[in-house]
Design a protein around this ligand. Structure first.
Ligand code: AMP
Ligand code: MG
Length: 431
């Protein structure tokens, strides 16, 4: 630990050998290099990939002025200032079937949404504001020139920068890229993440539970967390608490991945071998954080691979992944690391806490009767209680120097990436 670390806010209360969460993240990000290698992939598989080059549009989107409504394409000059105008219907145009002729004064064309505006027209009168009497269309004064038209390039202008290299492709952006007519994208290679659990007691789900056994929930939860980031998972199963086998497993994992993530075996118990093995195989950057849960998170390097030794307790696994591994992987993927969405909420219940460590309590945030966001903890907060995580939609983040929180106090919450928030009328009859 550096002197600077010791003089950070909260450091006074943290035990001398514990690294503060913000310093830990800074050390992780300083140690992680983007994979760099790129590949061109079908856009169809582009969701959650990171763009490796700037994306510019070769076309205007939409490509031509077109109708935003079903109705009649008219010349703005023919619209009545007051009263009713009578225009002559000279044809119809449907989406995908442009009208080749030019419209003259006093004429109009029936048009459907998405059909290009016939030459000479600049306005669409929605069908609800019209009345057809044979080939004469009566139009009232409620439409202004230019109404109900989507203009060429109003979504994306030809030549403009649509997304910069390093942008994470989300479903909407994949759609935007498709709207440019592009069907393949240059992206960074997905980071390869080798995943293993440790512990003599850890058993694969689907097997009969032995005496003293526990099913391997960590690898399953981590697999989901990694998949939602777009990483490629190399599943190495569970390894018993045997130093030789653990050493072999970690060396093998590091030889075929960018990142190795293990869970368990990082505390100071008799069967906790990860830290000494890491020190022998590679290097230990830190192994004790001023956070709760997740204090024994171990970070270092094995050869070219970055190593995260997550704690064994399932809640600590998820919390440390979200706070430290997720941003590191994002940086590795070629994007700027992002924080979880942080909001402020009023705490509805008392939260017991001692100053010293940053705490991540699991919470359920929702809109209160006053329309404001409130949060309450999800029952028992033990780091082995994984349902506290599955029921939560946020982490209540309590800073190092904070003590017990009383009802009504404001707290910071970080929304879980998969969070949903119950609406105001949740559980009540809709009125
Ligand atoms: P450890 O850090 O190895 O001492 O593990 C702490 C706690 O987490 C113990 O109760 C372990 O049984 C439990 N644990 C460790 N690995 C897993 C796992 N993969 N899935 C579920 N629980 C685990
Ligand atoms: Mg263990």
């Amino acid at each position: 630990m550096t002197d600077a670390t010791l003089h950070r806010p909260g450091a006074a209360e943290a035990a001398a050998n514990e690294v503060l969460a913000t310093d830990a993240l800074a050390r992780i990000l300083a140690a992680v290099r983007p994979v760099g290698a790129t590949e061109t992939i079908p856009l169809w598989t582009g969701h959650r990939r990171v763009l490796a080059e700037d994306l510019r549009s070769a076309i205007d989107v939409p490509a031509h002025d077109n109708a935003a409504m079903d109705g009649y394409a008219v010349r703005g000059a023919d619209l009545p200032a007051a009263g009713i105008a009578r225009l002559t219907l000279v044809g119809r145009t449907l989406a995908g079937h442009p009208w080749a002729c030019v419209i003259g004064t006093g004429q109009c064309v029936a048009i459907t949404t998405g059909a290009p505006l016939p030459a000479g027209t600049d306005t669409v009168v929605m069908v609800e504001r019209t009345e057809a009497v044979g080939d004469t269309i009566l139009i009232d004064a409620g439409t202004r020139p230019g109404d109900n038209v989507r203009f060429a390039g109003e979504d994306v202008r030809k030549g403009s920068l649509v997304a910069a290299a390093g942008t994470w492709l989300n479903p909407a952006l994949v759609g935007v890229v498709a709207s440019l007519g592009v069907d393949s994208v240059a992206v960074y290679r997905r980071p390869r993440v080798a995943l293993l659990s440790t512990g003599d007691e850890v058993q694969a789900p689907g097997t009969a539970l032995r005496s003293g056994g526990v099913y391997d929930s960590n690898r399953y939860a981590l697999n989901g967390l990694l998949a939602s980031l777009g990483a490629e998972v190399i599943d190495l199963g569970a390894v018993p608490d045997d130093p030789d086998r653990l050493r072999d497993a970690l060396a093998d994992a590091a030889s075929r991945s960018d990142v190795v993530i293990s869970s368990g075996g990082v505390s100071v118990g008799e069967a906790d071998f990860i830290k000494p093995i890491l020190a022998g195989l590679g290097s230990v950057n830190f192994w004790r954080l001023a956070i709760r849960p997740g204090r024994p998170l171990t970070f270092g390097r094995i050869g070219a691979a970055v190593f995260f030794g997550l704690p064994g307790n399932p809640v600590a696994v998820m919390v440390t992944f979200l706070a430290f591994v997720r941003p590191a992987l994002q940086q590795l993927m070629g994007m700027r690391p992002t924080a979880l969405i942080r909001l402020e909420a009023t705490c509805a219940e008392r939260l017991r806490k001692r100053p010293g460590r940053r705490e991540f309590q699991r919470g359920i945030a929702r809109t209160g009767a006053d329309g404001k966001l409130q949060v309450r903890p999800t029952g028992r907060q033990g780091s082995g209680i994984l349902t506290s995580m599955s029921e939560a939609n946020c982490l209540i983040v309590l800073s190092e120097d904070r003590g017990t929180v009383e009802p009504g106090e404001r707290v910071s919450i970080d929304l879980l990436p998969w969070a949903t928030i119950a609406p105001l009328d949740d559980g009540k009859e809709a009125s």
